[in-house]
Design a protein around this ligand. Structure first.
Ligand code: DGL
Length: 266
C-alpha cells in the first residue's frame, strides 16, 4: 500500500479529464494536479521548449512526494516522455500514448484514425508506436489545432465548435477507411458528445481514460494502491485567469474542487 498522491500534469485544463477517470476508476487514490496555464498551449511549441517545460513540471510534482507521475498531455508524452523517464528512473512515469496504443492493438483494430494537436501529429508518435506493435495497422492522422482554444474559451457546446469539428473531420472521416478514432489530446473528451453526434458510427478511444487503466495495473503490480489515504486532492495552475476558473468550476460543479495559483520559477 502507498498512500502518497499521484502527480498529474498537463499544459492546462485537458489533464483534468484524466483526473475524472482516476476518481471514477480508482476512488481511493489522491492527486496533485499541475496545469501550466501560464504557458498553454504546448501543442504548437517546439520540441525543445516542450521538453524544458515538462521537466520543470515533473520536478515540481516529484518535490511534492508523489508516488507516480501521469503525463496527462499527449503533446508532452510525444516529445518528452523518454527524457523524463531517463532523468527520474526511480519513479514510474506514464504517458497517455502507450496505454491507448496498447488498447487499440488489444482490441484487434486494423485501421484507426487519430486526431490531436499539431505537435502530437507532427511527432507521429501514435503511428510509430502502433506500427511497432502491429506493423500492418493503417493509421490516418489529422491535426485539429483550433479545438483546444475553443474549449479553453468555454465554447464547447456551440455551433462554432460543431463547425470546427466538421471542418477538420468531415472529409477525414468520409475518405478514411476507419471506424475507430483515437482522441489523441486530453482536451477532446470534452467534445466527445459532439463527436458522437456528428459521427455516430465511430468508436472513440480516449487517451485520458486509457492512461488510468495502465496506472492501475502498475500500482497493482508494485503493491502501490492507496487505501484510506488522509491526503486531500490538490490542484495547481501556473496562471489563474477568470476564464480558467469559470471553466474548471463548471467542470467540477457540485464538488469541493478548488484550484490554486502556483507559479513556476523561470
Ligand atoms: N492537452 C494537450 C494534449 O493532450 C493539448 C493542449 C495543448 O496544446 O497544450 O496534447
Amino acid at each position: 500500500m502507498d498512500n502518497r498522491p499521484i502527480g498529474i500534469l498537463d499544459s492546462g485544463l485537458g489533464g483534468l479529464t484524466s483526473v475524472w477517470e482516476l476518481h471514477k476508476r480508482l476512488p481511493e487514490e489522491r492527486v496533485i494536479y499541475y496545469g501550466d496555464t501560464a504557458r498553454t498551449p504546448y501543442g504548437s511549441k517546439s520540441p525543445e521548449t516542450i521538453v524544458k517545460f515538462a521537466n520543470q513540471l515533473v520536478d515540481r510534482l516529484i518535490a511534492c512526494n508523489t508516488k507516480m507521475i501521469i503525463i496527462a498531455c499527449n503533446t508532452i508524452t510525444a516529445w518528452a516522455l523518454d527524457d523524463l523517464r531517463e532523468k527520474h528512473p526511480a519513479i514510474p512515469i506514464i504517458g497517455v500514448i502507450g496505454p491507448t496504443v496498447r488498447k487499440v492493438v488489444f482490441d484487434g483494430v486494423e485501421s484507426v484514425g487519430v486526431i490531436a494537436t499539431k505537435g502530437t501529429i507532427g511527432s507521429d508518435m501514435y503511428g510509430k508506436s502502433l506500427r511497432k506493435i502491429k506493423p500492418d495497422i493503417k493509421v490516418s492522422s489529422m491535426a485539429c489545432p483550433a479545438i483546444v482554444p475553443l474549449i479553453e474559451e468555454g465554447l464547447t457546446d456551440t455551433d462554432i465548435m460543431e463547425l470546427t469539428i466538421k471542418h477538420y473531420m468531415d472529409d477525414f472521416v468520409s475518405e478514411g477507411d476507419f471506424e475507430d478514432l483515437i482522441l489523441g489530446c486530453t482536451h477532446y473528451p470534452l467534445v466527445s458528445g459532439q463527436l458522437k453526434k456528428l459521427y455516430p458510427n465511430l468508436r472513440l478511444y480516449s487517451s485520458s481514460a486509457e492512461v488510468v487503466a495502465q496506472a492501475k495495473e502498475i500500482m497493482q503490480e508494485k503493491e502501490m494502491l492507496a487505501a484510506g489515504s488522509e491526503f486531500t486532492d490538490r490542484y495547481y495552475a501556473s496562471d489563474l485567469s477568470d476564464n480558467f476558473i469559470n471553466l474548471t468550476d463548471k467542470l467540477f460543479e457540485g464538488t469541493d474542487f478548488k484550484i490554486h495559483l502556483l507559479k513556476l520559477e523561470e
